[in-house]
Design a protein around this ligand. Sequence first.
Ligand SMILES: [Zn+2]
Length: 298
Amino acid sequence: MSATEAPMSVNAILRELLGSGGVYGSFGICSKAPTFYVESLGSPSAMKRFAAIVCAPLLFGCATSHVVGMTAEGAKIDEITLKQSNVYVIECAQPILIDTGTAADMDDLRIALADLGLRPQQFGLAIVTHAHHDHAGLANELQKAYGVKIMLGAGDVDQAARGEDDPLKPQNATGFFLKPWLVKVFPAVTPDVVVSEPIDLRAYGVSGTVLQMPGHTAGSLVVVLPNHAAFVGDEMLGGYFGGAFFPHHAGEHYYQADAEQNRRNIGALLARGVETFYLGHGGPVQREDVANAFHFPK
Ligand SMILES: [Zn+2]
């Protein structure tokens, strides 16, 4: 599916949500296809209208990319926004991908990488922050079709082998409401590199460390760079509805396997001096906002 075709599938899904009656709109901004849809089909129930408003930003896919930072060595860090989640590219000598999107994101990912002058087979490593469908969805295909090595936390190896999210524990009403609509399955994958102890990324061409920080899932990974930046996956959310609104405002993710441990992880990263947090949804968010959101000293 190309970036310009993506809104069609969103409309199809909204029709499913709304059945034969309803007035709905889906709005998306994309470098290739700014779109606004409104269809008049009758009068929906308030519940269905709410479903459409909540789900549209999560389902919408554009594959936009932009530079969000630099490594200590001066390599660009690009954020690519896919249908449900962000992935990141570290443009070191052999590029590194952080997270892989959903199983349906390959065409969008390929388009976004081409905009950066890159192809999937150029990547030596994909660090999957955790084995949820919207982060590990393309890990199998990248590994099998393009020879990309997959790095995953030891605690997530079993659920990656099953190709299914762990039982999601909602942390708020939005998480509870969204849970039945999530796909939750993805192509099973066996990682090439399993992280239990910290891994030094210099062997892969960039200064940084990969840490296993169980909390969001049993094997969630965080990538910490020496210039006070960290990729934290779903340790927190940026904004609301997948980052569609106020993306630079930090907040609790909809689901946590162990919310208390996850909060301690955030405290540990603040204590480590992290200033910029790159997120799986929305973001980046800055230290002060994270400290405020999770009630830590700044
Ligand atoms: Zn997740």
